[in-house]
Design a protein around this ligand. Structure first.
Ligand SMILES: Nc1nc2c(ncn2[C@@H]2O[C@H](COP(=O)(O)OP(=O)(O)O)[C@@H](O)[C@H]2O)c(=O)[nH]1
Ligand SMILES: [Mg+2]
Length: 157
């Protein structure tokens, strides 16, 4: 899998999605510093986004990532991202993720989260929630690196 970095405010579901992607047991633990999950996932603490003085930590951590995931939950009413946040990541691909879609009371909540991600500069936006693995599968698919893809084609051909 490509090396990815999770960015989003505390409680939006970064650690949970990291554990689901890595196929690990989903357990709650507060992330106090950048953690490596499953070898390829850099799970950052929400404070890196919430407090401007930590923006540098996001920039430095992004250097070792291939893809940046920006996460916001469907039940977040306020935009957690500064506009054009993507420009901080030096042209690396930025994928937006709407989490907790299972808790959304209606499609307008999901649409509002989508708007936050678009304003932050996400190129593509996916949805994940409890009760369905589909979003996690399509994300995994996008995060496959070239060598993994080549191996799958070798097996098919
Ligand atoms: N219902 C629901 N709860 C979620 C989802 N993702 C995370 N949570 C819950 O939200 C809380 C915070 O999740 P966590 O992954 O620790 O957030 P982080 O601070 O961004 O790492 C935990 O209680 C999770 O169980 C989701 O997709 N649906
Ligand atoms: Mg966390």
């Amino acid at each position: 899998m490509k090396k990815i970095m999770m960015v989003g405010k505390s409680g939006c579901g970064k650690t949970t999605l990291s554990q689901r992607l890595a196929g690990e047991e989903v357990t709650y633990q507060k992330t106090q510093s950048t953690q490596v999950v499953g070898g390829d996932i850099l799970d950052t603490p929400g404070e890196y986004l919430e407090q401007r003085q930590f923006y540098n930590a996001l920039v430095v951590t992004a250097v070792s990532a291939d893809v940046i995931l920006l996460l916001v939950s469907a039940v977040d009413e306020q935009n957690p991202f500064p506009p054009y946040l993507h420009s901080m990541f030096c042209g690396k691909p930025v994928i937006g993720i709407i989490t907790k879609t299972d808790l959304a009371e209606g499609p307008e909540q999901v649409e509002s989260a989508r708007t936050f991600l678009e304003l932050a500069g996400a190129e593509e936006i996916l949805q994940v929630g409890f009760g369905s693995e589909e979003g996690v599968w399509s994300l995994k698919d996008k995060l496959k690196d070239k060598t993994e893809e080549a191996k799958i084609w070798e097996d098919i051909l």
